[in-house]
Ligand binder design. Sequence first.
Ligand SMILES: [Zn+2]
Length: 235
Amino acid sequence: MNSAAAAAAVGGATASFLAWAVRGRSAGVFGRSVWRGPRERRALALTFDDGPSESTPRILEILAEYGVTSTFFQCGANVDRLPAIARQVAAAGHEIGNHSYSHPYLFLRSPQGIESELRSAQETIQATTAATPEWFRAPYGARWFGVGRAQGKLGLTGVMWSAIGYDWSRRADEVVARMTAAAANGAILCLHDGRELGHNPDVRTTVETVRRLVPLLLERGYKFETIGRLICPKI
Ligand SMILES: [Zn+2]
C-alpha cells in the first residue's frame, strides 16, 4: 500500500469510527448511553419521540385500553406549545424523557449550545409536568462532544433503540412487521407521536401501528415497561 492509499484507509477508518460514535446505537463515545435492556426477562419498552402533538391523546387511549406504560421523549418546544397534553402523558403514568428543546442536529454544535438545548427541555418538562426526566434521546440519534457533560450535569443517561419504526415514512403494515420482527427480551422500540416540531402532524401511521402492535406483542407474552423499569428493574 502506498502512503496515499494508507492515508485514505486511515481516513476512512476515522470517518467510520466517527460515524459510529455519532449515530451508532451502542456507542458511548459522546456520553453514557443504553440501547437495550436485559435479555433475561420477557419485557420490552415502547418509546415515542417528538411529542407531545395534537394526536398524542389518541395513542394514550390505546395504551390505557391495554394497561401499557411507555416512555415519551418530549421536545421542550412542543411541551410549551401543548402543555396540557404533556401533563396528560405524565398523569397517565407514562415516563417522560428529554428529546432536546428544539430538535436540532447536535452534530458539530458547541458544547454550550448542546447543554442549553438539554437544559431548556429539562426545565420546561419539569415546570410543566412535574416529572424530572432521567433519560435523554438525541434528535436523529446524533451525539457530539458536550452531550456527555450536559447529560452528567442534568442527571440524564442517553437512550438509543434496538429498532426504529420509520413510522414517519412507511405504511403501518410495514412498521408493524418491522417492530414485530424486532420484538425481543429487552428490546427498545422507537416510534413517534409527533413529527419534530410540526404543528398538527399527521401521525395516523403511528396510531395505527400502536393499535395493532400492542395486542400482538401482549399475545406473545411481552410485558411493556418504561425505560426506567426495563433498565433498572429493581427501582
Ligand atoms: Zn426526534
